[in-house]
Design a binder for this molecule. Structure first.
Ligand SMILES: *Cc1c(COP(=O)(O)O)cnc(C)c1O
Length: 465
């Protein structure tokens, strides 16, 4: 399997190299040059298999020759053994025909663990084999960073630097990044918003001298291996509700468009998905773009669902690539326009996007109402992101098709908003109940590329000594 860039002008790579690289050298994102197909029968036999076995069958065709059967099965087993639920991604019924896919039973209580735990194992395996060393730099609105630090802490061949917007992540998110004691992981609190953090990370990748000097690797949701790991739970949940014999729809709380794009890949592989609904909070650029064709960032307004406070949605580029019929030059041009303020999607491409995606948004008040209402009617405490999804799903639902809303984080990750809305304090699971007592270690950095690069050069590699 070969991987090509959405901008059509970067080296073609195999799975392992694309995974270790992250961002393509032309600024684009890697995609497989063809999408493996699951037939009706291939999907039907997934029924009743373990999450790990489904993960193997979905992901293996994308790996090329990178790993043997047994090696990859071992990687999957290790990735998910630390999850707090035997089903890994259990489905709960909320209402007639409406289901919640709980993706928050991993070690840092957000869906990011599904991909990050997997990528941690994959990196470790690859780097051990090659003797290489890499420096992972990532931007986070809270959950990617905690999941990455958890997945890579203590690994010999990896340094991890996570930029997060100072003062704009929840206390649990911050503590999950700042309390691991291993010296190879670093939480960097940067002045600015998530989009600023993500922009500095992209700058580092485009600074080839720095990139090559430190062996930069990316694990943001632009990393194809992460998207791929997320395809799996679309299959397990749809099959649990009767696929391939009947269609299901999904609503996905969306920020960087990685999670919902995994659903799009599942559909392209042959999973009978009726609708994929993009749910945004008040930072609703994706909803506006799908409604009006205009993609123009106009500043982030902090919300109670901070992991979706994003205006420059990286993985949307992958959807645009398909909507523009795989025309890398057209995508490169849109991204140039974006750097100068925004772009409008062509009529043909907009139509293609709308064939795959619906969208809706949810205000802060509606988010709070949804948490309160679902707590009262179902006993389910939703995190604010999941509540955004549930609100949009309820508004858009076709009663004839089961709807699965992705619950992207555990309510205890956002206790203040959940308690204010529901009157109930969501407790942390037992296994991390001492989080508030552990000492923190944070480095403050300015929103300045040179300063950040210097800091990384100084601190990296210390873990080896
Ligand atoms: C990252 C995140 C999202 C958004 O996912 P994308 O893949 O960036 O669209 C939603 N909810 C939570 C809790 C998250 O951590």
């Amino acid at each position: 399997m070969q991987y090509i860039s959405t901008r059509g002008d970067a080296p073609i790579l195999g799975f392992e190299a694309a995974m270790l690289t992250g961002l393509a050298r032309d600024g684009g994102l890697y995609l497989p040059d063809n999408i493996p197909q699951m037939s009706h029968d291939d999907i039907a036999v997934l029924h009743g298999l373990s999450y790990e076995e489904v993960a193997f069958r979905i992901m293996y065709p994308y790996l090329g020759e990178s790993f043997s059967d047994d090696e990859f099965r071992g990687i999957i087993a290790r990735a998910y053994e630390g999850f707090g639920h035997a089903a890994r991604a259990p489905l709960k019924q909320l209402d007639q025909g409406h289901f919640l896919l709980e993706l928050f039973h991993g070690p840092t209580l957000a869906f990011k663990d599904f991909a990050m735990q997997m990528i941690g194992e994959l990196f470790q395996f690859s780097l051990k084999r090659s003797g290489q060393r890499v420096c992972i730099v990532g931007a986070t609105s809270g959950d990617t960073g905690s999941a990455a630090i958890e997945a890579f802490r203590g690994l010999d061949a990896v340094d991890v630097f996570i930029l997060y917007p100072h003062g704009r992540v929840s206390e649990v998110q911050r503590r999950q990044m700042s309390t691991p004691t291993e010296s190879n992981v670093h939480a960097l609190a940067m002045d600015g918003h998530f989009d600023d953090c993500q922009a500095r990370v992209k700058d580092m990748f485009n600074d080839f001298e720095f990139r090559d000097a430190v062996g930069l690797a990316g694990v943001n949701s632009i990393n194809w291996a992460r998207v791929l790991a997320q395809v799996v739970y679309y299959f397990t949940s749809a099959v649990a509700l009767g696929a391939p014999h009947r269609k299901v729809s999904f609503t996905v709380p969306t920020g960087n468009f990685g999670d919902i794009f995994a659903g799009y890949i599942a559909k392209k592989m042959g999973l009978p998905i009726d609708r994929l609904v993009v749910a945004t909070n008040q930072n609703d650029i994706l909803h506006r773009c799908l409604s009006t064709s205009e993609y123009r960032p106009d500043g982030v307004i902090p919300s109670i669902s901070p992991s979706m406070d994003i205006q420059v949605s990286s993985n949307f580029e992958r959807a645009l690539y398909y909507a523009y019929d795989r025309d890398g030059a057209a995508v490169a041009q849109l991204m140039d326009e974006l750097a100068r303020g925004g772009f409008s999607v062509s009529q043909g491409a907009l139509q293609a996007l709308r064939e795959s995606f619906d969208s809706g948004h949810c205000s802060e008040a509606q988010t709070m109402d949804t948490i309160a209402r679902l707590s009262a009617t179902t006993g389910e405490l939703l995190c604010p992101h999941s509540a955004v999804g549930v609100h949009v799903a309820e508004a858009q639902r076709d009663p004839a098709v089961p709807m699965i809303t992705l619950a992207t984080a555990h309510p205890a990750k956002f206790p203040a908003a959940v308690e204010e809305a529901s009157g109930q304090h969501p407790p942390l699971p037992e296994r991390m109940s001492d989080l508030y007592e552990r000492p923190e270690r944070i480095t403050r950095v300015e929103n300045d590329l040179g300063a950040i690069e210097t800091l990384i050069k100084e601190k990296r590699g210390k873990s080896a000594t």
